[in-house]
Design a protein around this ligand. Structure first.
Ligand code: ARG
Length: 271
């Protein structure tokens, strides 16, 4: 399998903390080692650089502890970026910060009309955009995504609050294949996934519970939480090279490698 070199946007967790709870992973009374969070994030960044990927950085903003989760900063395909609108007021001010970065980087920016948490809920697989709803991104925003990017959007209904963003329940392995946790989706959405990806990797609940599906693939390598050992073995059986990273501190906010990583994709947004 060929690896495609990627361009990512990341945000150093300088101000990371778990000060509020907007998903079931977050417990503001539990201790977080902020210095360790930064070291673990640096290791993730180093992993990408060692794989030959490019990592762009956005400046962290004081008072926005979840800004490290760059996947929620937007959806980017080609020269178009759709900005975000968060469900929760605690994260609202991240949206203009990411929007300003897209503008400065030269993207054509589209403003969301409904709640839309970016690549946390919007994943491109080949020529389909998979879009999650149920907890964060509003179903109404899926129609706007289709208009902005000109890719058919497939709505997927998330049903388990622990897997509140699509990227906690499904990972893109390459243009044709995904790995996912079937139980995280409604019966109809499971049927859609079986139809679209008959060869998909079905993850176990144990691996999903360490956010194993919050992984970043480049077509050949998959960077995933080190604790997801069963999923790593399944992926190696399929010929992928797996690279485990430990993001234990960021997981206390409900985030893993993919949450920290926004893809700045090349290619055509529309034709
Ligand atoms: N604490 C953050 C939230 O609940 C975590 C975001 C994780 N990001 C992701 N793409 N899944 O919004």
């Amino acid at each position: 399998m060929d690896a495609t070199s990627q361009r990512f946007l990341m945000c150093r967790p300088t101000y990371f903390a778990v000060d509020y709870a907007i998903n079931p992973w977050m417990d503001p009374t539990a201790p977080v080692d902020a210095a360790l969070a930064i070291r673990q994030w640096e290791q993730l960044r180093r992993t990408y650089l060692d794989l030959g990927h490019t990592v762009e950085l956005i400046d962290p903003v004081p008072g926005l502890p979840d800004m490290v989760f760059a996947a929620n900063g937007g959806t980017v395909i080609g020269d178009r970026a759709m900005a975000v609108q968060f469900r929760d007021p605690q994260r609202a001010d991240e949206a203009p910060a990411y929007r300003a970065w897209f503008e400065a980087a030269g993207f054509e920016v589209y403003d969301p009309k409904h709640v839309n948490e970016g690549e946390g809920d919007v994943l491109l697989v080949g020529d389909h955009l998979l879009a999650g709803t149920g907890f964060r991104t509003a179903h109404a925003s899926h129609a706007q995504l289709q208009e902005v990017f000109g890719y058919p959007v497939v709505t997927l209904q998330l049903v388990d609050p622990r897997f509140y963003h699509l990227d906690t329940a499904l990972t893109v392995l390459d243009e044709r294949t995904v790995a996912y946790l079937p139980e995280a989706f409604s019966p109809g959405s499971r049927a859609v996934l079986r139809r679209l990806y008959p060869d998909a990797v079905r993850a176990s609940l144990a691996d999903a519970e360490v956010l194993g599906l919050n992984a970043v693939g480049d077509g050949r390598h998959v960077v995933l939480p080190a604790q997801a050992t069963g999923l790593a073995a399944q992926l190696r059986d399929r010929g992928y090279q797996t690279i485990g990273v430990d993001l234990s501190e960021l997981r206390k906010a409900g985030g893993g490698p993919k949450c920290c990583t926004l893809r700045l994709r090349q290619g055509k947004a529309s034709q």
